[in-house]
Design a protein around this ligand. Structure first.
Ligand SMILES: Nc1ncnc2c1ncn2[C@@H]1O[C@H](COP(=O)(O)OP(=O)(O)OP(=O)(O)O)[C@@H](O)[C@H]1O
Length: 293
């Protein structure tokens, strides 16, 4: 469990983070979203022990990050938004190098590296890192974050700038890691992916938490359900209510059950036949737009 209480980070007079508190349970994927400059990277760097907060506390497992940073760091795998890889190294040597930094023995490093290369479909044996594609480099950075088998993964934009196939691969891999019991905290601009994989989502705005919860909780707080009524109308007749024609079906939107009842009543009274009614929930994107910059 990760427990952040009133974390703030100040640069001069500016607060990159202000009074951020949340709880992340073991084995879940926790998504942090927000517009550019909202404070996501700053928070992820604090969580990974790279920078210290100006105030507040952060307890990871039973350890306090501020008083026991080395111990906490050994449990964390951090994937920065842009990783600097050693371009002239071969991937297995690169992973061995980081395994040694974490104090692992050669046999363990070899076994872990082989497993990670297989899981990530990386067979770049003979290529230097500098000659790999962008997607492969991202996978190497992910392998590096996992070489010491950490229980917590802090990933900054894991799929950014990658083609859809590689992004999909990484999303599926993150789901596998969750099944293995890893706790993952990630930031992402691709909100559809956040909706797909995150158990909890936190929205930051100018360094402050606007809301955090499950997707249904966020929808309840920030968006309202709407109903799409799909119907057939007598030929050459136009509905009395706002509607758009899609093929041979008209579609009108109701924003409450009361409105839905009134609209379906009007449609049937005027000779229309309702084919189906679909509930539409706001997407994370609509919620973020509503919250604004
Ligand atoms: N070392 C620093 N010195 C001064 N200001 C900083 C520093 N690091 C971050 N900031 C500022 O803190 C704010 C939050 O930045 P941060 O990088 O955490 O945002 P972000 O949500 O990750 O943005 P993006 O989506 O663009 O990556 C920004 O205004 C940024 O300019």
């Amino acid at each position: 469990m990760i427990e952040a209480s009133s974390l703030s980070k100040q640069y001069g007079d500016m607060y990159a983070l202000s009074d951020v508190s949340f709880t992340c349970r073991e084995g879940e994927i926790f998504g942090i979203i927000g517009h550019n400059g909202a404070g996501k990277t700053t928070l992820l760097k604090i969580l990974s022990g790279l920078i210290l907060p100006s105030s507040g506390s952060l307890v990871i497992g039973n350890l306090d990050l501020i008083s026991d940073p080395m111990q906490v760091r050994s449990q964390i795998g951090y994937l920065p938004e842009e990783s600097r890889l050693y371009e002239t190294m071969l991937v297995p040597d690169y992973l061995s190098f980081f395994g040694e930094i974490y104090g692992l023995d050669k046999t363990t490093i070899r076994a872990r590296a082989d497993l990670l290369l297989a899981q990530l479909s990386l067979q770049p044996e003979e290529k230097r890192i500098g000659n790999l594609s962008k997607g492969m480099k991202r996978k190497v950075a992910i392998a590096r974050s996992l070489i010491h088998d950490p229980s917590i993964l802090i990933y900054d934009e894991p799929g950014s700038g990658l083609d859809p196939m590689t992004t999909r691969f990484i999303i599926e891999y993150l789901k596998q890691l969750r099944m293995q019991g890893k706790t993952i905290i990630l930031s992402a601009h691709n909100l559809a992916q956040v909706e797909e994989i995150c158990d909890h989502v936190m929205i930051l705005k100018r360094g402050k938490v606007i809301v955090y919860g499950t997707m249904p909780e966020l929808r309840e707080q920030f968006g309202s359900i709407r109903y799409e009524i799909w119907y057939i109308y007598p030929e050459n007749q136009t509905p009395e209510i706002a509607a758009e024609l899609n093929g041979n079906l008209w579609m009108s939107v109701a924003h409450s059950i009361e409105e839905l009842n009134i609209m379906t009543g009007t449609i049937t009274t005027n000779g229309g036949t309702v084919e189906r009614i679909e509930s539409r929930y706001p997407s994370l994107e609509e919620i973020l737009v509503k919250i604004g910059k």
